[in-house]
Design a protein around this ligand. Structure first.
Ligand code: FMN
Length: 200
């Protein structure tokens, strides 16, 4: 099948840990034959959701800003890799803006599918790449819940991903054994799993 992968770079820090990991993930996806697009959340000029209810009727957001460029990429992707550092036990504010604005896609899903149909996902698969500085056992709970329901809005299943603790300094991730290889392999296996699912 045609695999269209989308990488969402969520860190405000250019060349930081999650940037480096997502670069590798996307290389792996490309190598496995996917068409790859990227979004840098730090470069988007977007507002939060206004909770105006506009999308309830149409499945489209009434606000006109850089999300106009993002929605088509979210719509056409069948594999999404979201990379975000852990900020206060969640994704960064830049990513959260984007996620809140995906409410329009949630409304579209609600309009287009019955409750029964909404038990399954037809939009593809979503993955998380996350890094935090500390080591607590609950470090990724908040991030994972938020991201799971982001993918739910996109009609995608959340498939897990790679989560690194105890990594703080810019670029420190490169010193972790296997981090780059693990990321490359995630990109590759995510694309391969789409091809497997669609084989007769
Ligand atoms: C505003 C802010 C909030 C943060 N909150 C947390 C946190 O709650 N838990 C944690 O383990 N690390 C936290 N960190 C550390 C980052 O997650 C960590 O440095 C990460 O490696 C940064 O990834 P990046 O280089 O991709 O931006 C925080 C950093 C900043 C700047």
């Amino acid at each position: 099948m045609d695999v269209k992968a989308l990488g969402i770079y969520g860190s405000p820090r250019k060349g930081g840990n999650t940037d480096l990991l997502l670069d590798q993930v996307l290389e792996g996806a490309r190598g496995a034959g996917a068409e790859v697009n990227s979004i840098y959340a730090r470069d988007l000029k977007i507002t939060g959701c206004l909770e105006c209810g506009g999308c309830d009727e149409t499945g489209k957001c009434v606000v006109q800003d850089d999300m106009d460029k993002v929605y088509p990429l979210l719509e056409e992707a069948n594999v999404v890799f979201l990379a975000s550092p852990n900020f206060f036990y969640n994704v960064t504010a830049q990513v959260k803006l984007l996620i809140d604005r995906s409410q329009a896609m949630w409304s579209k899903r609600l309009l287009g599918k019955t409750p029964e149909q909404r038990r399954s996902y037809d939009g593809g698969k979503g993955y998380l790449i996350c890094v935090g500085a500390t080591k607590g056992k609950n470090l990724f709970q908040g991030v994972e819940l938020t991201v799971k329901y982001f993918y739910d809005a996109l009609d995608m299943s959340y498939e897990g991903g790679i989560l690194f603790q105890n990594v703080e300094a810019k670029g420190e991730i490169i010193t972790l054994p296997d981090a780059m290889e693990q990321s490359f392999n995630l990109g590759r296996s995510a694309v391969e799993s789409m091809n497997l699912d669609s084989s007769p």
